[in-house]
Ligand binder design. Structure first.
Ligand code: EPZ
Length: 427
């Protein structure tokens, strides 16, 4: 494995193009299983999680080919296998969402249960409730979820929490059910709307995407579709934070303002100058940011996936900030690493109180998960001296060409083999 070696202090300046949305792509690739015929996806990010989902589709006997320039072709006319292997679901939770589409196409599906992960338990009870409500018999045994149903029937489902994944999973599955399905308290994340646009291109009948009530009129069959994946709002937000931390001037192209409005409004609150023109987000900051409070919530609340990089920004802001993580129970695993860089943070449960310090210092650090890694990179960009960040395989799951993009903006960063990886530490 590699590690990042990064020397802080450079002002990031210039323009990058945001890659396609990781979370949008993963839901859409699972949805492609519903269609008989070829689906062609454009602007698919070349990242670890997409490769895992491609492996999953192939494991189901579905044709799935990656081409240059972010093109992925999927042909789910035939689904030869109805069981999804544990090792793929273990690698990436989102691959669990093939359950409903395979069930809808084949009348049976068996998928390993995703484990918890670095940020929380992440149960799948809402997903199971929805699949059962559509008429499936669901058996959970030996770590696998088995679902069986000759013909799915439209239903009404209420989600206790507006879960993005459960909304996407139930919505996709309901496309091939008989009759109308209504999802109440549905998630309104942009990735739900992106999936809806894709499914509609396949011939699905869906209304209300982007609101808390989504209606799906089942159809007999869906076809393949062409679809261009929109930009990744989490990648754009991460680079925007890096621009502020380094007092830089960065343009991020292909960003839809509506997708990133909550984050943008908070960035302006700390004193950043954020402008949008023709889907290009320009972020400038020439003074030390001010403290502010962050409370993560389902969309249109502040996105939980940008809580970590934003906290890295608040670590050197003027004043005291309170960060409350309302979506996941364990999303502060980067805090100890920031403290080792000199941050003054007191974290208790779902809240972290951050007293801004003038400067952080570079350290050797470990990324524990995707967005924690993003926080460490942002902190290191503004820190004094050199940082070495290992565990960057987490970053490579969700950020396409992060090192190249940072270099293009003037960062002093490179990926080098992580010699320490070979040492075994006994504690
Ligand atoms: C999606 O995860 C994203 N992942 C996450 O991004 C993102 O943080 C999350 O939505 C919230 O926006 C992908 O799209 C692949 P949830 P998802 O279901 O669908 C609880 C990243 O960094 N819950 O909205 O799994 C759950 O435990 C990743 O890119 C249940 O209790 O998120 C959590 O507390 C991380 N039961 C809350 O809901 C369920 O059946 C929100 O989870 C499902 C969820």
């Amino acid at each position: 494995m590699d590690k990042l070696v990064l020397t802080g202090g450079a002002r990031l300046e210039g323009t990058i193009v945001s890659s396609g949305s990781k979370n949008g792509t993963l839901a859409i690739m699972a949805g492609a299983l519903l269609g008989k015929g070829e689906t062609v996806l454009h602007n698919v990010p070349a990242i670890g999680d997409v490769r895992t989902m491609m492996d999953m589709l192939r494991a189901l006997g579905v044709k799935c080919e990656e081409y240059p320039k972010g093109i992925v072709r999927i042909d789910a006319t035939e689904i030869d296998v109805t069981e999804a292997p544990y090792e793929l679901v273990k690698r990436m939770r989102a691959s669990f969402c093939v359950l409903g589409p395979v069930l809808a196409r084949k009348g049976y599906a068996k998928v390993a249960m995703p484990g918890g992960c670095d940020i929380g338990a992440r149960p799948i009870d809402f997903h199971v409730k929805g699949i059962q409500a559509l008429g499936a018999y669901v058996n959970i045994d030996h770590g696998f979820v088995e679902a069986e149903c000759e013909r799915l029937c439209g239903t009404e489902v209420y989600l206790n929490f507006p879960s993005a994944g459960a909304t996407q999973h139930i919505m996709s599955t309901a496309c091939l059910a008989d009759g109308m399905t209504v999802i109440h308290n549905a998630a309104t994340e942009p990735e739900v709307t992106q999936l809806t646009d894709f499914l509609t291109a396949m011939g699905a009948r869906i209304e209300g995407a982007g609101t808390n009530t989504v209606r799906i009129e089942g159809v007999k069959e869906l076809r393949g579709a062409n679809y261009e994946v929109p930009a990744d709002r989490m990648e754009a937000g991460t680079f925007a934070v890096a621009a502020v931390i380094t007092r830089g001037d960065v343009r991020i192209e292909e960003v839809q303002y509506d997708d990133i409005e909550p984050f943008t409004l908070k960035l302006r609150e700390v004193g950043a100058i954020v402008d949008f023109a023709d889907n290009c987000m320009r972020v400038r900051c020439n003074a030390r940011p001010m403290a502010t409070d962050i409370m993560t919530m389902p969309h249109p609340g502040f996105p939980t996936d940008l809580q970590q990089p934003f906290a890295a920004l608040l670590a050197t802001a003027q004043g005291t900030s309170v960060v409350t993580e309302n979506v996941y129970e364990r999303r502060f695993r980067y805090v100890n690493e920031l403290i080792r860089m000199g941050a003054d943070i007191k974290q208790d449960g779902r809240t972290a109180v951050i007293n801004g310090v003038v400067k952080l210092t570079g350290v050797q650090a470990v990324a524990s998960d995707l967005r924690a890694g993003a926080a460490l990179v942002c902190a290191a960009l503004g820190a004094e001296g050199k940082s070495e960040i290992s565990g960057i395989e987490h970053l490579q799951r969700g950020y396409e060409n992060m090192v190249e993009k940072l270099k293009a903006l003037g960062a002093q960063v490179s990926a080098v083999p992580d010699e320490q990886e070979k040492e075994t530490v006994f504690v």
